[in-house]
Design a protein around this ligand. Structure first.
Ligand code: AHM
Ligand code: MG
Length: 328
C-alpha cells in the first residue's frame, strides 16, 4: 500500500470553499463570506442541540404560540436564539426576520450590508419524533443606506433579489446546501472534526422524476386541476413520499427528481408556506439547480411581497413535472 493511502485527504471544508469562491470576485469584500460562515457556525450549534434534544429534556412545546398561531416547540426557540445571536455577533447582517418573531430584529450592526430571513427550525412537528428537520435561510443586500438602522423595505424584497440562500438539513447526516447564484453545492457535517465538507458539487435536479410529495389529508381541498395532476402521478405509479419537513422533502426531490406540492387548502386558502423564508430560498436553490418553482400562476421568485410572513401555494421540483402542472 502506498503510504499516502494510509491517510486519505479529507476534502474541501466549507470555509475554504467559501473563501475560494470569494476570490473569484475581484471586488468582493468578504462580508458575504463571513455571513455564510456565521450561519454555518450557528448550524453546528443547532445541530448539537438537535442531537441532544431528548437527553436534555428540551423537546416538547414551549407553551407559547408563534406569530402564525402555531405551538412553538422548545427547539424552535433555541434555534431562533442561536441564529440571531450568531448573526448579531458576526456583524454583517443589519437585520433579521425570523419565522418565530413578529418584528424584524435590529442586530445593531448598522454598518452591515445584508439582511437575513430565516426559518430557524422548519418541520417543527417532527422534532419530538426524531424525524428530519431543517433550517432555511435567505440573504438580501439592504436597500437603505449603510450606517443607518434597517427599514422594512430591506426585508420586503422579491425573491429574485436574493444574493444567497440555503438550508441545513438535520437528517441521517447533517448537510448544509447553499447557493450564491452560481449553482448549488452541498456540504456534509463531520461530527468528529466539527467541519462541513463539500460532498455534493454543482447539484442538478433531474429534469423529471417519479416522486410526488403532498399532504394527502388535504387532497379533497386542493384545486381540481391539482387533484387531476396527482391522479396522473398515481396512474403512472409514481412514488408518494411525504415527510412533512419541507427541507427534507425538498432535498430528496432535488437529488432524486420529483415534485413537492403545497396547494391552497380550506384551512390555508393562500397556501401554508411562507414566501420570505421558505418558498423564496428554496425557489432560488431549485432554479440554480435547473428545476422550477411556481405558485401555480407565476414564478415564485417574481411574487411581490407585502408582508414578511406572507404565505403562498408552492409547487417545486423537477422542471418537467412542474411544467406539466402549470400546463393544466
Ligand atoms: P413549520 O414552519 O411550522 O415547521 O411548518 C412548515 C412545514 C413544512 O416543513 C412542511 O412541508 C409543512 O409545514 C407540512 O405541513 P402539513 O403538516 O400541513 O403537511
Ligand atoms: Mg417553517
Amino acid at each position: 500500500m502506498q503510504p499516502e493511502n494510509l491517510a486519505l485527504p479529507v476534502g474541501i471544508t466549507l470555509d475554504r470553499f467559501i473563501l475560494r469562491n470569494q476570490e473569484a470576485f475581484r471586488y468582493a469584500t468578504g462580508e458575504l463570506s463571513q455571513l455564510l460562515r456565521d450561519i454555518a457556525l450557528a448550524a453546528k450549534i443547532v445541530n448539537r442541540e438537535v442531537n441532544k434534544a431528548g437527553l436534555l429534556n428540551i423537546t416538547g412545546a414551549y407553551g407559547h404560540q408563534n406569530v402564525q398561531g402555531e405551538d412553538q416547540q422548545k427547539l424552535d426557540v433555541v434555534a431562533d436564539i442561536r441564529f440571531i445571536r450568531a448573526l448579531t455577533n458576526g456583524g454583517e447582517a443589519c437585520a433579521v426576520v425570523s419565522e418565530e418573531r413578529h418584528e424584524m430584529v435590529d442586530t445593531g450592526n448598522h454598518k452591515g450590508k445584508y439582511v437575513v430571513a430565516i426559518d430557524p427550525l422548519d418541520g417543527s412537528s417532527n422534532i419530538d419524533v426524531n424525524v428530519s428537520i431543517g433550517t432555511i435561510f435567505s440573504i438580501y443586500r439592504r436597500l437603505s443606506p449603510v450606517g443607518t438602522p434597517a427599514v422594512m423595505e430591506d426585508v420586503i424584497q422579491p425573491g429574485n433579489r436574493q444574493v444567497a440562500a440555503g438550508y441545513i438539513l438535520y437528517g441521517s447526516s447533517t448537510m448544509l446546501v447553499y447557493t450564491t447564484g452560481r449553482g448549488v453545492n452541498g456540504f456534509t457535517y463531520d461530527h468528529s472534526l466539527g467541519e462541513f465538507f463539500l460532498s455534493h458539487t454543482q447539484i442538478q435536479v433531474p429534469k423529471t422524476g417519479k416522486i410526488f410529495s403532498y399532504n394527502e389529508g388535504n387532497l379533497d381541498d386542493f384545486p381540481k386541476l391539482v387533484q387531476e395532476y396527482i391522479a396522473s402521478c398515481r396512474a403512472q405509479r409514481f412514488s408518494s413520499r411525504y415527510i412533512g419537513s419541507l427541507v427534507a422533502d425538498f432535498h430528496r426531490n432535488m437529488l432524486k427528481g420529483g415534485v413537492y406540492l403545497y396547494p391552497p387548502t380550506r384551512k390555508d386558502p393562500n397556501g401554508k408556506l411562507r414566501l420570505l423564508y421558505e418558498c423564496f430560498p428554496l425557489a432560488f436553490l431549485v432554479e440554480q439547480a435547473g428545476g422550477m418553482a411556481t405558485d401555480g400562476r407565476q414564478r415564485i421568485l417574481d411574487i411581490a411581497l407585502h408582508d414578511w410572513h406572507q404565505r403562498s401555494p408552492l409547487y417545486i421540483g423537477s422542471e418537467a413535472m412542474v411544467q406539466e402542472l402549470i400546463s393544466l
